[in-house]
Design a protein around this ligand. Structure first.
Ligand SMILES: Cc1cc2nc3c(=O)[nH]c(=O)nc-3n(C[C@H](O)[C@H](O)[C@H](O)COP(=O)(O)OP(=O)(O)OC[C@H]3O[C@@H](n4cnc5c(N)ncnc54)[C@H](O)[C@@H]3O)c2cc1C
Ligand code: SF4
Ligand code: SF4
Length: 426
């Protein structure tokens, strides 16, 4: 039987890898970040069940780690591919981690002692990390990474590490993987909200993105789950969500709906009302898209929980770093409403992960005008591509929620499985 390479270890890639490995196929799971998990590891709760995101994902991450038929390659990127279905050679470049992966036991002593503190990309702007670090507490594999751009070579971590696991020098390495087929699950990134200048993201501290808010709500995140105004550290008494920031907007070339933002806003609005019943929460929207199983009922629950839904999109946020005003027409009544929120959450849309175009070129597969990978057929075959043996799944193909990603990852795995057993029988 042939092996399969899965590129991208978010929930989609993890599901595909597990399904294949549980059917006897050896899987190489290639992830460019230091840990597997993708965006789902950043979320607090997940709609529509309000399960804790990591409580669902973490056991799957551990299953991948322990699985005898899955080899994880972190800090790794694909640089090239040759061959055809049944017989691909995939070139993978591994960036230096400056850690001996076989020696580090993840004890964290080096993190404690490191004096350098920098912005943590995993916390999406809200938290910090050290120069030697784990992006979050539940990383898989459970080892650290040293960031040479911020390390001041003070030497403290080398002294404290009892296992001599930290390397002063490290270099890029290249490996070649043989595979009967490849599944690409490289996911998404969120829209850069600074492109909507009228909302003053990064200029006004109390304007945050929905992903930053997920980190703020997370009990193991940088604020310990407490909602705080970044301007003064106080609990906001009035919170406004603005929907479709970077979605359904032809002026900025984002004509498509990002699918998950309505439900994510409803989820977080409800969670705010549970945690802070005295905080007023409004969602400003064009249309609420609650299309999945149980989603309409979820929306109704939010209304019962006292979340205000106002159909209308504000032109801008007026004010300064301390006080903000939103003027918006309620398009259902024609009334002009004035709101003075203490925290604004921009529900940012999804766009293709950086590097999607480069991968498409290397693999010889097309992308949509939106930049997401193009499926062979949008109605009847959403995981195959024009190239036999190269499959795509999850949010690398279009905005999708987690239930969809899991199903899609499984569907791609089944197709790769067929190639793998065909290879074995020939
Ligand atoms: C604010 C917000 C809240 C959300 N809340 C919910 C919710 O409550 N419920 C729900 O169902 N959905 C929710 N979603 C959607 C959810 O995040 C996605 O459906 C899901 O995480 C997508 O998983 P994925 O594996 O397709 O992509 P990702 O999670 O993006 O994973 C892709 C992985 O591929 C890696 N990668 C990218 N390029 C390469 C490369 N070239 N080489 C190697 N690796 C690469 C990335 O590092 C990443 O680990 C939310 C989304 C947002 C923005
Ligand atoms: S590098 Fe050493 S000190 Fe740091 S986590 Fe690994 S084993 Fe512990
Ligand atoms: S050598 Fe670098 S990583 Fe290690 S403790 Fe000093 S600053 Fe931190």
């Amino acid at each position: 039987m042939g092996d399969v390479v899965v590129i991208g270890a978010g929930v989609t890639g993890i599901q595909a890898a597990l399904d294949l490995a549980n059917h006897g196929i050896l899987v190489h799971l290639v992830e460019r970040e230091p840990s597997i998990g993708g965006h789902m590891a950043q979320l607090d709760k997940t709609f529509p069940t309000n399960d804790c995101s990591m409580c669902i994902l973490s056991p799957k991450m551990m299953e991948v780690y322990r699985h005898p038929r899955i080899q994880i390659h972190t800090c790794a990127d694909v640089t090239g591919i040759e061959g055809e279905v049944g017989n691909f050679t995939v070139k993978v470049r591994k960036s230096p981690r400056f850690i001996d992966e076989g020696l580090c036991n993840g004890c964290g002593d080096c993190i404690q002692i490191c004096p350098v503190e920098v912005y943590n990309r995993f916390d999406a702007g809200v938290g910090t990390r050290k120069a030697i670090y784990k992006p979050h507490q539940q990383v898989v594999p459970d080892i650290v990474i040293k960031d040479p751009d911020h390390c001041i070579e003070c030497g403290l971590c080398y002294d404290v590490c009892s296992r001599d696991a930290i390397k002063k020098e490290d270099t890029e390495t290249e490996i070649e993987l043989r595979a009967s087929s490849v599944i690409i699950t490289t996911g998404y990134r969120v829209f850069d909200a600074t492109k909507k200048e009228q909302y003053h993201y990064l200029a006004f501290p109390d304007v945050v993105t929905s992903l930053e808010f997920e980190r703020m709500m997370n009990a193991s995140g940088p604020t310990g789950g407490k909602i705080r105004r970044l301007s003064n550290g106080e609990t906001p008494k009035s919170i406004v969500f603005i929907q479709c920031v970077g979605s359904r907007d032809t002026q900025i070339d984002r004509p498509y709906c990002s699918g998950v933002c309505c439900m994510a806003a409803i989820k977080n609005a409800m969670l705010i009302r549970e945690k802070y019943p005295d905080t007023d929460v409004s969602i400003l929207y064009m249309d609420i898209r609650a299309y999945g199983k149980g989603y309409e009922e979820y929306y109704e629950r939010a209304k019962s929980a006292g979340v205000h839904f106002l159909r209308g999109m504000p032109g801008e946020i007026i004010g300064n770093k301390k006080a903000m005003t939103i003027r918006v027409e309620d398009t259902e009544t024609g009334e002009i409403k004035i709101i003075r929120p203490e925290l604004v959450i921009l529900s940012v849309g999804m766009e293709p992960s950086p590097g999607t175009g480069v991968i498409a070129e290397k693999f010889g597969i097309p992308v949509e005008p939106t930049g997401f990978f193009k499926s062979l057929h949008d109605a009847t075959d959403t995981v195959a591509t024009l190239k036999p043996g190269i499959y795509i799944a999850g949010t690398s193909t279009a905005p999708r929620d987690i239930p969809d990603c899991v199903a899609h990852g499984g569907a791609a795995a089944m197709r790769a499985f067929q190639d793998a057993i065909r290879e074995g029988s020939e």
